[in-house]
Design a protein around this ligand. Structure first.
Ligand code: PLP
Length: 360
C-alpha cells in the first residue's frame, strides 16, 4: 500500500515533500557525514538549523522583536502548568473553557492559584464558542487563557476575547500556522507541533519579553522557567533536535508556498468543500454551530452509531484513515491540517457521496 489520506487529529499528516527531503538527508546531512539525529546540539551545523528555524517562523508569523520564540519539550500539556508557574503573580487567572484541552489547562492552574472560569460552552458539549465580547473580568487577573482551536470539538474563535487589557494566553496547537495571526494581541501563543507543524516532542512558545521574569512561583523547577530557556536560546539542555529540524523544513515549505496568507486560502477552500457537502447531505451532519466552525478539525455524525462505524470501516479500506471521532463526541472527525492536500478532501467528499447513495 502507498501513502494513505491520514485524517488523524494528531500526530498528523506532514507534507510529503518534507518527509522526502528528510529521508534524503537521513544518513548524511548536507555533507557532514551524519544524521541530524546524531549531531551535537552545540555543533555549528545544528546551530544553523535551529537559528534558521527560528528566523523562518518569525518571518512567517511576522513575530515582533519583543517576543521570544522558544522550542521546548513536554508537549502542550506541560504548558498547562508552566503558564501559571511563570505568570500567576497575583495567583489569579481567568480561563475560558471551550473544550477538553481548555478544561485541562483550567484544572491544572487550580494547583497553583485561583483559576476563574470566565465562560464555558460545556452546556452544549462544547459545540460553540461563547460570546467573549464583554466578560466580567476582575482587575487582578494575571492573564486570560483560551484554547483558540478546539481539536476535539471542531470549533475556533473567529474573534479573540475582549480581555479588557489583560494578557491573552492562547493554546494554538491545532491551528498553528494555519492562517495569518497578529502576534502583538497575545502575551503567549503556544502549540504542540504534532498537529500542524512537525513530529511530536516539540512545543513552540512565542512569548512577550516582559512576561519572562525571575519572579516565578516558589518551587518552580529550573526547566519550567521561561527565563531559563529564553536566556539560553532554547539550548539550556539538549532540545528535541530532530523534531526542531523537521519543524524548520515545514516552515520553509510554508514560506515557499507563499506563507500564511496562501495556506489560509488553501485551508478555506478545503474546509468549504467538506462543510458545503455536510450542509446539503441528508445523511451526514456537522456537529458544531456553523459560525464557530474550525478550518482544521471537522466533526460530523450520521446520527446512527452503526452507520458511523460502517462508514469509518469502509473509509479505511478505501484509504481514508483515522476518521473515527473522539470518544466524547462519537461519529467521525476529519482533521484537514495544512499538509492534507486538497485532493484528499475532494476524494473524501466523493467517497461520502457514494456512501450516502449506497446506504440510503
Ligand atoms: C493535542 C492538544 C493538546 C495536548 O498536546 P500534548 O502535546 O499531547 O500535550 C493540547 N491542546 C490542544 C489544543 C491540542 O490539540
Amino acid at each position: 500500500m502507498g501513502r494513505v489520506y491520514n485524517f488523524s487529529a494528531g500526530p498528523a499528516v506532514l507534507p510529503e515533500e518534507v518527509l522526502r527531503e528528510a529521508a534524503d538527508e537521513m544518513l548524511d546531512y548536507q555533507g557532514c557525514g551524519m544524521s541530524v539525529m546524531e549531531m551535537s546540539h552545540r555543533s555549528k551545523v545544528y546551530d544553523k538549523i535551529i537559528k534558521e528555524a527560528e528566523k523562518d517562523i518569525r518571518d512567517l508569523m511576522k513575530i515582533p522583536d519583543n517576543y521570544k520564540v522558544l522550542f521546548l519539550q513536554g508537549g502542550a500539556s506541560q504548558q498547562f502548568a508552566m503558564i501559571p508557574m511563570n505568570l500567576m503573580k497575583n495567583k489569579k487567572a481567568g480561563y475560558i473553557v471551550t473544550g477538553q484541552w481548555a478544561k485541562k489547562a483550567f484544572q491544572e492552574a487550580q494547583i497553583y492559584g485561583e483559576a476563574v472560569k470566565l465562560a464555558s460552552s460545556e452546556d452544549k458539549t462544547f459545540s460553540y464558542i461563547p460570546d467573549c465580547s464583554d466578560l466580567d473580568i476582575a482587575d487582578d487577573l494575571d492573564y486570560v487563557y483560551i484554547c483558540e482551536n478546539n481539536t476535539i470539538y471542531g470549533t475556533k474563535y473567529k474573534q479573540l476575547p475582549n480581555t479588557k487589557g489583560h494578557t491573552l494566553v492562547a493554546d494554538v496547537s491545532s491551528c498553528f500556522l494555519s492562517e495569518p495571526v497578529d502576534v502583538s494581541k497575545y502575551g503567549i501563543i503556544y502549540g504542540g507541533v504534532q498537529k500542524n507543524v512537525g513530529p511530536a516532542g516539540v512545543v513552540v512558545v512565542i512569548i512577550r519579553e516582559d512576561l519572562i521574569t525571575e519572579d516565578t512561583l516558589p518551587g518552580t523547577p529550573t526547566m519550567l522557567k521561561y527565563k531559563t530557556h529564553a536566556d539560553a536560546e532554547s539550548l539550556y539542555n539538549t532540545p528535541p533536535c530532530y523534531g526542531i529540524y523537521i519543524c524548520g523544513k515545514v516552515f520553509q515549505w510554508l514560506k515557499k508556498m507563499g506563507g500564511l496568507e496562501e495556506i489560509q486560502k488553501r485551508n478555506m477552500e478545503k474546509a468549504k468543500l467538506l462543510y458545503d457537502f455536510l450542509d446539503q447531505s441528508e445523511m451526514f451532519q456537522g456537529t458544531v454551530e456553523p459560525k464557530d466552525r474550525s478550518l482544521m478539525n471537522v466533526p460530523f455524525v450520521t446520527g446512527d452509531k452503526e452507520l458511523d462505524a460502517k462508514f469509518v470501516a469502509e473509509a479505511e479500506k478505501a484509504g481514508f484513515v483515522n476518521l473515527k471521532g473522539h470518544r466524547t463526541v462519537g461519529g467521525m472527525r476529519a482533521s484537514i491540517y495544512n499538509a492534507m492536500p486538497k485532493e484528499g478532501v475532494e476524494k473524501l467528499v466523493s467517497f461520502m457521496k457514494q456512501f450516502e447513495a449506497d446506504n440510503r
